[in-house]
Design a protein around this ligand. Structure first.
Ligand code: ACO
Length: 412
């Protein structure tokens, strides 16, 4: 394995703790039985080969990746008790971004009103969230940032071919997020393991829409904008890397496998998780599984599972957790996390929620003001460099505008 790791030995007394978590899935549920009316499949086949019983899918055009991501991000901030204005960075891991650009993370930054945060997306398939967690840990521990929001969000229902039974039965939509914050106790994300084998890139691919095959009539008619997957090869890869990445990250954290309280794996297939458990010689009750209700939500699967595991009381302060995933690239990633948040932190009062909702409401107004002001200004002042009274007025206004905008986009 050519994994790149970030070891936990040089901390400067700074550690990266997960202080907030949250998830959001669309309301609409698609059961295996309903899918059997769409493609030639059965509930029995899907359940026995994958473990999946149903998945959530975006029910209308307003449910997009950025919308799901922002809702999960809000939950995570609420649990952390952190105002969005204190975020330094937002990372969005997704294979189904809102657009090629701008990044989904930038849209989330605007929706949350995180005016001091940088924002970008990263692409590492289903491993994306753990790649983000790794970068979040490195940024916090190095002193580059104090608070980071890492989001995994997907609307895979928009890129699966609903006539291809090999893929459409596997995937679901949803988002999960965590807040990573600086702390001085040795806990939180202690070690990570990343890896990639790009020679397997063709095994799981969205062939068209990039520079290799830009969108065209032909790319659309040949189904190039849908997921293509060699399921058997990906299965073989997954059953090899999951246990190897788990062992590697446990070693880096200085733990023994027996110390691990819970493994939260990427939720792709129960058989893949069973195979990993067998190779690691760990009982199945050490693995958290919720894929029967969500299917494979790609980059969102691990933060959604983590959020549920905490809600179900399966994660307690001091627990040693391994989060581990694999995906398109091919990529794999794992994180060793020592849970450091007391259970009391997870309960928020009605007032907390109300204040947070008000904050998000004002974030919407702020975004509207910024957009309207930009629109009105460009309409009234005409093109840049115009040599008439409007051009001169524009120059004067630009100085004033940059001062006002700085107030809106900077931390207090
Ligand atoms: N319903 C009924 N029959 C089906 C279906 C279906 N939905 N899908 C495939 N079949 C058929 C196949 O056509 C094949 O028939 P054949 O033998 O006549 O050709 C038969 O079932 C067996 O197919 P296999 O591919 O051998 O089935 P397998 O047991 O390997 O399971 C599966 C397929 C579930 C896709 C499995 O290979 C798998 O889980 N692979 C990993 C996929 C994965 O995790 N992908 C996500 C990666 S993460 C990311 O980045 C998104």
């Amino acid at each position: 394995m050519n994994g790149q790791g970030v070891n936990g030995s040089h901390s400067n007394g700074r550690y990266a703790q997960i202080t907030g978590w949250g998830s959001y899935v669309p309301e609409k549920i698609l059961t295996n039985e309903a899918l059997a009316h769409v493609v030639d499949t059965t509930d029995e086949w899907i359940t026995s080969r994958t473990g999946i019983k149903q998945r959530h899918v975006a029910g209308n055009e307003r449910e997009t990746t950025a919308v799901l991501a922002a809702r999960a991000g809000r939950e995570a901030l609420l649990v952390a008790g952190l105002p969005p204005s204190r975020l330094d960075l937002i990372m969005g891991a997704t294979a189904t971004p809102e657009y090629m650009f701008p990044s989904t993370a930038s849209l989330v930054q605007d929706a949350l009103g995180a005016r001091a945060a940088g924002a970008f997306d990263l692409s590492a398939g289903c491993s994306g969230f753990l790649y983000g967690l790794n970068m979040g840990m490195a940024a916090v521990r190095s002193g580059m940032a104090d608070h980071i929001l890492v989001i995994g969000a997907e609307t895979l229902s928009r890129i699966v071919d609903w006539s291809d039974r090999n893929t459409c039965v596997l995937f679901g939509d949803g988002a999960g997020a965590v807040v990573v914050s600086v702390c001085t106790d040795r806990c939180g994300v202690l070690a990570t393991e990343l890896g990639s084998d790009g020679s397997g890139g063709q095994l799981l691919i969205l062939p068209a829409g990039g520079s290799h095959q830009p969108a065209s009539l032909e790319s659309v008619s040949s189904g190039g904008h849908f997921v293509k997957m060699n399921g058997r090869e990906v299965f073989r890869f997954a059953t090899t890397v999951l246990p190897k990445a788990t062992e590697a990250v446990v070693r880096k954290a200085g733990w023994q496998l027996a110390d691990v309280a819970l493994v939260i794996p990427h939720q792709a297939n129960t058989r893949i998780i069973e195979s990993a458990a067998k190779r690691l010689n760990l009982p199945m009750d050490k693995f958290f599984i919720n894929l029967e209700r969500y299917g494979n939500t790609s980059a969102a699967s691990i933060p959604i599972a983590l959020t549920e595991a905490v809600a179900e009381g399966k994660v307690r302060p001091g627990d040693k957790l391994v989060l581990v995933g694999f995906g398109a690239g091919l990529t794999w990633a794992a994180a060793a996390v020592e849970w450091g948040v007391p259970p009391a932190r997870t309960t928020r009062t009605f007032l907390d929620r109300l204040l947070a909702q008000l904050g998000f409401f004002f974030a919407g107004i702020r975004s509207w003001i910024l957009r309207s002001e930009r629109h009105a200004y460009n309409w009234a002042m005409g093109p840049v460099g115009k040599d008439d009274w409007r051009g001169h007025l524009r120059q004067r206004l630009d100085v004033w505008r940059s001062k006002v905008r700085r107030r809106f986009t900077r931390r207090d």
